[in-house]
Design a protein around this ligand. Sequence first.
Ligand code: PHB
Length: 390
Amino acid sequence: MHRRTLILAAGAAALMAAVSGAQAQQTVKIGLILPLTGPFTAIGRQVEMGARLYMQQKGNTVAGQTIELVVKDDGSVADTTKRIAQDLIVNEKVNVLAGFGLTPLALATAPLATQAKVPQVVMAAGTATITEASPFIVRTSFTLPQATEPMGDWAFKNGIKKVVTLVSDYGPGIDSEKAFSGVFTKAGGQVENLRVPLANPDFSPFLQKVADAKPDALFVFVPAGQGAQFMKQFVERGFDKSGIKLIGPGDVTDDEVLNNMGDVALGAITTHHYSVAHDSPENKAFVEAFKRASNGTRPNFMAVGGYDGMHLIYEGLKKTNGQGGQALIDAMKGMSWTSPRGPVSIDPQTRDIIQNIYVRKVERVNGELYNVEFATIPNVKDPVKAAKAN
Ligand code: PHB
């Protein structure tokens, strides 16, 4: 009797091992690396909530595989991002790397994605060159030149002749400064460029220079989440009564912080790829579900980058029947879908996202501040890479 029990137990153990072996093969691991502590936590939190919402809605089985999300905090330190990515590839054997809240964090990981042939889905960072850093990078956020060039056009056509630009002094800020200044001066406008440090920015000395220059408009890029700090100093210096218009890509009026900015933000004109006020059934459903899942927090463009990034991974896996690596990247190229932001596709040449850019104005609607879209530039590619290709 005793012996028989032992044999049964051994058989059960072997079966368990076989089952768990099969399970191991049937799991697709996604390593989601984001700043979840430190000054850029707001970005990481939005991307994570967007990614989790997608999984909650679609379930965790794709093409017969179980999707496992491994979330890691890099504190927005590039060396940490790289160390985590290395660990996820070597020890956790992830099939996909995703997230990347800021440009330096995406760039630090690119060589590892190339070496390990692991797709790297950039859901947040926006410097144009990022997708050129590895053939394994695909992006569901945006590029700053893509979001900004239409602003240069709009500003000049709407009577703005003299502009001071004020941007965070790193990749996306410099991209937006160049994109705006290029289009705006070509049209005949006059521009002065100022750059503010990315970390712990004090805008006051720069705002003094803006006051002295007396431009028609102040063009601003700060990363998502920093808009509140900028707007506080903007009001303290009396800019709300100066007649100087506030313009820029939509990062400065990101939907999460916008509602707490107060009347000073009213009338700000920005160009961007996502507004929580975007009028479509897909976006209404997205915003409602996001708020329900996150204690009433508004999604911003970072959340949409995370949500769409998961969509791209899920749909890519369906096409490859669960295969990763080069096959997965190839499957993602050219994919198109209806995002909460509108129609999007992945440019098969550049692996960047092609999307509408909307011109928006901050208005109060039903007591809340929104970026209300009033014009659409359809299917915009990253103009930096489009220019190189021609
Ligand atoms: C970036 O670091 O690439 C970045 C971060 C926040 C933004 C835009 C770009 O809002």
